[in-house]
Design a protein around this ligand. Structure first.
Ligand SMILES: C[S@@+](CC[C@H](N)C(=O)[O-])C[C@H]1O[C@@H](n2cnc3c(N)ncnc32)[C@H](O)[C@@H]1O
Length: 214
């Protein structure tokens, strides 16, 4: 097991995080013991951040003390790995759908560094009072106006860094993904410095991860 970034480990072709709640799985991932510690396999087909890491994203802006606002947290698959890494930080998870939020709330009871926010990410003014200063905005929302949501929240919370997982087909099903990505890069690039843009195939088709800095 080799450390490849703060809180992230690699063995062969698989990546892992150290389990914050040993013995417990979140999404039926593999648990592995190594030198007295338990690690959870981080599945790139289930988590776009894992896909970005395996595809070579250079900077992973998550550490022990990270404070993260996560938009589109669903039932917490990816957020649980952030929670393994940010053991002294906090993850605010925003989700609009009731069913995944119900599961996420359960997960938050076990993992004390996660806070559930049942809200529409289009309306950051409705949850801004619940969110303290954050250093990363992470978004994975498959909506037509996903870029607008990202920019609105970046503006409101002013984190140092942002990562958006862009799903081309949600923006326009008829247009070539390459063209959509160009447009998205332009739109985001007008406001923030784009640090990296990483394709997520073969793990997630027609997706890219874009990371920005203020
Ligand atoms: C692709 S899934 C997220 C998967 C999750 N990020 C993970 O890796 O574990 C997208 C989620 O965004 C949520 N979503 C869609 N529109 C939203 C909005 N306006 N505000 C908050 N969440 C939204 C959906 O309900 C869905 O759960």
């Amino acid at each position: 097991m080799k450390k490849i970034a703060e809180g992230i480990f690699k063995e062969g072709k698989r990546i892992f995080t150290e389990n914050l709640t040993p013995g417990k799985k979140v999404y039926n991932e593999k648990l592995v013991r190594y030198k007295g510690k338990e690690y959870r396999s981080w599945n790139p087909y289930r988590s776009k951040m894992a896909a970005a890491i395996l595809n070579g994203i250079k900077e992973i802006p998550i550490g022990k003390k990270s404070r993260i606002l996560y938009l589109g947290v669903a039932n917490g698959t990816t957020a649980s790995h952030f929670s393994d890494i940010a053991t002294e930080g906090i993850i605010y998870g925003v989700e609009i759908a009731f069913k995944p939020m119900k599961k996420f709330i359960k997960l938050c009871e076990e993992r004390k560094n996660m806070v559930p926010i049942f809200a529409d990410a289009n309306k950051p003014e409705l949850y801004e009072a619940m969110v303290e200063e954050v250093d990363l905005l992470y978004q994975d929302i498959a909506q037509k106006n996903q870029v607008e949501i990202f920019l609105k929240n970046m503006e409101k919370f002013q984190p140092d860094k942002g990562i958006i997982m862009v799903k081309a087909r949600s923006i326009n099903i008829a247009m070539e993904p390459k063209k959509i990505f160009e447009r998205v890069r332009k739109e985001i690039g007008r406001k923030y410095e784009i640090k990296e843009a990483i394709k997520l195939s073969p793990y997630a088709r027609d997706h890219i991860a874009i990371s920005v800095e203020i």
